[in-house]
Structure formats: structure tokens, C-alpha cells
Design a protein around this ligand. Sequence first.
Ligand SMILES: Nc1ncnc2c1ncn2[C@@H]1O[C@H](COP(=O)(O)OP(=O)(O)O)[C@@H](O)[C@H]1O
Ligand SMILES: Nc1ccn([C@H]2C[C@H](O)[C@@H](COP(=O)(O)OP(=O)(O)O)O2)c(=O)n1
Length: 314
Amino acid sequence: MTSRGRVFARTILRSISQYRDHNVPAAASAANLIKDEVNLARPRSTGLLSGTSERSVLDKAQGGPVWFYAAAGLMAFSTTTVGSASPHTDAEEKGKDFGKIDNTSSRPRVVFVLGGPGSGKGTQCAKIVDNYGFIHLSAGDLLRAEIKSGSPNGNMIQNMIKDGKIVPSEVTVKLLLKAMNEATTDKFLIDGFPRNEENRLAFEKVTGLEPEFILYFDCPLTEMEKRLLGRNEGRVDDNIDTIRKRFKVFIESSLPVIDHYDKLGKTRKVNATKTREEVFKTIEPLFKPFLEKSSCDGLNQTIMQYSSGSAVRD
Ligand SMILES: Nc1ncnc2c1ncn2[C@@H]1O[C@H](COP(=O)(O)OP(=O)(O)O)[C@@H](O)[C@H]1O
Ligand SMILES: Nc1ccn([C@H]2C[C@H](O)[C@@H](COP(=O)(O)OP(=O)(O)O)O2)c(=O)n1
């Protein structure tokens, strides 16, 4: 680690301890992760900042010293006060550039797929993958796989899912980064994430990546409830008690994220009550431009069409 790195790390730790004193749990766990990294200052086999797979997606996205960016990102989990230490332009500023997508770069391109539980996210993601060469990363699937793998976090994740709660970002972001680095394409559909502001900030700050757009499946609660009760995949959370809790969490924590991206002009809202085929036909034009590897024009034209409301019904 360079001396500039050490100085910055000390600043981070100081800031985080101040927040920890104010009892902010995310800052405390971020502090632990960063402390490990700074104290040991050598490669380790576990931890958010340590594996080579985590490093490579960060390197691609940022081209800079990984620990520096990642530490700045984790620090920003709970505060905007210390955010000024981050070398990144913030999301609001970057949002102004939306529409000038560089379709030729090897930088990972990300679409977030959001919507209430049972709105049809997974169903449509499978169709997009089949037709448009995206990799589908479902945050829920990754968490369920983590439980099955016998991970030490397994019990905590299982209990949170059963209770309809959102798992802490450091767990989910780490799983997403690992999956992104193992992928053979740079086009990612990230489904069910970010589910709250903490998820959003963690991903944004740790990867430096901004989504191309947000696909939002708009569906009434009654329809989602009916679909979840009929899903029949043996999930511990598809029972009426947990469903109601998930709806509450969706309204309180996920809708503000959708609203955030809406303000940046990035939310593409889709009427999810139609048939599976109709929904797919509606969203397809958003993905066709990704097939045109070197043409930004197609993508930008479609995005503008959606922004003006001519392609998606409100
Ligand atoms: N447009 C649709 N109309 C009716 N049922 C649907 C539709 N899309 C998905 N489903 C069904 O609803 C359930 C929930 O869909 P899923 O894709 O798993 O939702 P999510 O990933 O948003 O939780 C599944 O059983 C799926 O087959
Ligand atoms: N970003 C995420 C995504 C899912 N989870 C947890 C909490 C969610 O209720 C469950 C299930 O999520 P999943 O996206 O698979 O399913 P639904 O959209 O709720 O049908 O996983 C999480 O904690 N954080």
C-alpha cells in the first residue's frame, strides 16, 4: 500500500469510528472490513475487498487502486458527510450524462430489474437472456445459493428472507461482484437489486458502475400476491405472512430507489399485468440496441423513445 493509501485509510477509519460511536451498524461492519484490509495490507482469501475476482470487476470499472475506491465506497454506506472524500462523481452528476452510452467500451453494462415480489422480474429476465445475450444475476437466487453452500452467513440470510427483510449490502454486493467476475459477458441484468438505498449506495460506490437504465415492473399488490401464492417453488418466503412483510418492505424501501432513478430519467416503467408474452414485447425494444455492439445510436434512440412515454404505458 502506498503512503497516500495509508493516509487515506486512516482518514476513513477515523470517520467510520465517529459514525460507529453514533451507533450506525453498517458503518461498524464497513469499518471492520476496511480495518482488516488496512491492517494486513496483503492479499487475503476472504472479505469483500480481498479476492482477485472482486478486484477485477472493480479494476475494469475504475482502473484505479481497488482498496482505495472500495474503502471509500464502504465508508459511504451510512453517511454523506464523508462522501466528499470519494473520488467519484456522484450519481446525480453522472445522471446528467445519461443518453450518451458508450456501447463500444469493455466497461460492464448493467440494467437493474426492479419491481415488487411476484411482479414477473425473473420470468422476463429469462427471456431477455435467451434473446439478448445478457447474464441474469438474481440477488435472491445468489442469496439462496449462499444458504445452500453452507456459508457461515447462511443462517442469518435464511432468517432474514423468512422474515421478509433485506440482507445487509456487504453480503449481497460481495456475491454480485463475484458472479460478475465469473461471467463471460459484460452485459448484466441485475434482478431484485438494489432493493433499498443501502444496496444502491454500496453497489455504486464499491463498483463505480452506474446502470444503463432501470426496468421497473409495475404491478398491483393483489396481482403479485396471487402470483406468489401460485408460484409453487417451495420457497420459505412464499407464504401469506412473509408476502405481506415483503410488500411493506417493497413500499417503504424499494420504491424510493425506483423514484431515485426516475428523477435521474433512468426508470423505464412497464405495465406488468399483461401476459408474459405481451410484457416481453413491450420491453424488447429496450434491449435490441445492446445487440448492435458498436452503435450507440440505436440504444440512445430507444431510451429517448421510452423516456418520452411512447413505448411504455404508464
Ligand atoms: N405476466 C405474467 N402473468 C401471469 N403470471 C406471471 C406473469 N409473469 C410471471 N408470472 C408468474 O408469477 C410468478 C412470479 O413470477 P416471477 O418471475 O418469479 O416474479 P419475481 O421474480 O418478480 O418475484 C411465477 O409463478 C410466474 O410464472
Ligand atoms: N437485494 C436483495 C434481494 C433479495 N433479498 C432477499 C430478501 C427478499 O425478500 C428475498 C427474495 O428475493 P427475490 O428477488 O428472489 O424474490 P422476490 O422478488 O421477492 O420474489 O431475498 C435481499 O435481501 N436483498
